[in-house]
Design a protein around this ligand. Structure first.
Ligand code: GAP
Length: 454
């Protein structure tokens, strides 16, 4: 509760969304047409931030290990995939319509008193809404293949990346040097016709997932399930997420998906309260067995003296939701010398821009020349910016708001002794360093551990 109170004066979803729009991270989609509910377009800094989140995920899942390989499967798969996976019959939410106000709600999100006694849910505050019986509404987006829309042409936009991995199990095991325990990782777009999307990037109808299916001998499944819960928690903390904002919550038996014999959510303390950031599930042999049955292709591991259907442990994360959590976690407001400053204290590896090069006086040819030379050198090594507009204070504020960890300022002294000041976004400390070693110094700092303020 203390944490929620803290948020009241700091990050709210609205404040983070406003900063994202103002500074070119995320815009409402189709803005000039009035926007499309719960769809967003990423601007320059948002693209860089989300790319960094995905790159860090891939680094920890693939580059830093030798037991996980990559996949990028199609978004539109054979329709039978979704029959076997259980999505055609079971990927649905119960829906109720209100005959009076014509709105549609998830039945499991209304309490027994429903909308008549919850007028605030309705425009116009209709006090006597009249709900229909609940009916199941499938969340998959349907499309059709080919020029004629007919029964046999129906296909779906994938609602998760996981199934593309399961249906490639045979391809991967017969073409790559893998052996259980091993994993297949995939990052890509997924689509769900969510009935109640909302809270900015938290729940949208089009989003990116980062999923990894880890295939293990059945007897080892529990051990790997625990391993991946700990490992994924470590990943978020390693990227600076505050420990007090992250918790693991095991699903109760009645919450488990049809395929799961155990699921734990990593939950983040969003300003809306504790909510799922990522799910880690023990899917058993559900998926491989289901696809083997539907396709008629055996999906099993065959070793020298063994043959079995592996169990699957799945850490399933969302790139947009993780980006939102990192943004919320990093968002801070503070007073500096009587001025209010907003700052994104992003981990340097997640920050869209690592360093800004700022000539103190934008009209001074000497300073501009030195600054441009340093900038050219810096941007060959990392994402960097050059800015000679406005007052130095304004330029610092702008870099603070986009989360740039370091600013290198070229001033009169630079022209005399080839040193620059390096300003730290978080502590606001400034130090003079030789211009010659500046790029190397920042490269080293990017590789160092970083701790968020408490
Ligand atoms: N393959 C398992 C699976 O898809 P999920 O819990 O439905 O599990 C995994 O999704 C993650 O994908 C979630 O923890 C969340 O981060 C992200 N996610 C799911 N639906 C989302 C949505 N509508 N908008 C944004 N992110 C979403």
């Amino acid at each position: 509760m203390a944490e929620l109170e803290r948020y009241e004066g700091q990050a709210t979803i609205e404040k983070v969304a406003a900063l994202c729009r103002r500074r070119g991270f995320v815009y409402p989609s189709s803005d000039i047409y009035g926007g499309l509910g719960s769809a967003f377009d990423y601007g320059h800094y948002g693209v860089l931030l989300k790319q960094n989140v995905k790159a860090e995920w891939q680094r920890s899942m693939v580059q830093e290990r030798e037991d996980i390989v990559l996949l990028d499967s199609a978004i539109i798969l054979h329709p039978q995939v979704w029959v076997a996976s259980g999505h055609v019959s079971g990927f649905s939410d119960p829906l109720v319509d209100c005959r009076a106000c014509k709105l549609r709600f998830r039945a499991d999100h209304l309490d027994a008193s429903a909308c008549g006694r919850k007028p605030s849910k309705h425009p116009g505050e209709t006090p006597d809404c009249d709900l229909t019986e609940a009916r199941q509404f499938n969340l998959m987006f349907e499309t059709s293949i080919g020029p004629v829309r007919e029964e046999g042409s129906v296909a779906y936009l994938r609602p998760e990346t996981a199934q593309g991995i399961f249906v490639n199990f045979k391809n991967v095991t017969s073409s790559l040097r893998v052996k259980p325990p091993f994993g297949i990782a995939q990052i890509g777009k997924s689509f769900r016709n969510e009935i109640t999307p909302g809270n900015f990037l938290f729940r949208t109808r089009e989003f990116e997932q980062m999923e990894m299916e880890f295939f293990v001998p059945p007897a080892d499944a529990e051990k790997w399930y625990e391993y991946w819960i700990a490992e994924r928690r470590r990943w978020y903390l390693g990227l600076g997420m505050r420990e007090s904002h992250l918790r693991v919550r095991a699903h109760d038996a009645d919450e488990l998906s049809h395929y799961s014999s155990g699921t734990s959510d990593l939950e983040y303390l969003f300003p809306i309260g504790w909510s799922e950031l990522e799910g880690i599930a023990n899917r058993g042999d559900y998926d491989l067995t289901a696809h083997a049955g539907q396709s008629g292709t055996k999906l099993e591991w065959i070793g020298h003296d063994e043959r079995y259907v592996p169990y699957v442990i799945e850490p399933a994360a969302g790139a947009d939701r993780a980006a939102l959590a990192f943004l919320v976690d990093a968002y801070d407001e503070e007073e500096v010398s009587g001025d209010q400053r907003t700052v994104l204290r992003l981990h340097p590896r997640l920050a869209p821009v690592k360093a800004a090069v700022l000539p103190l006086i934008g009209k001074d040819e000497g300073m501009v020349g030195k600054a441009r030379t340093l900038y050219e050198e810096l941007r060959a090594a990392m994402s960097a910016e050059y800015d000679d507009s406005a007052s130095i204070g304004k330029r610092y504020r702008r870099q603070d708001e986009i989360g740039t960890p370091w600013a290198l300022t070229i001033d009169g002294q630079t022209l005399e002794d080839d040193t620059v000041t390096i300003r730290d976004r978080d502590t606001l400390s400034q130090a003079r360093i030789p211009i010659a070693g500046a790029v190397r110094l920042l490269q080293e700092r990017l590789g160092e551990p970083w701790t968020p303020r408490s």
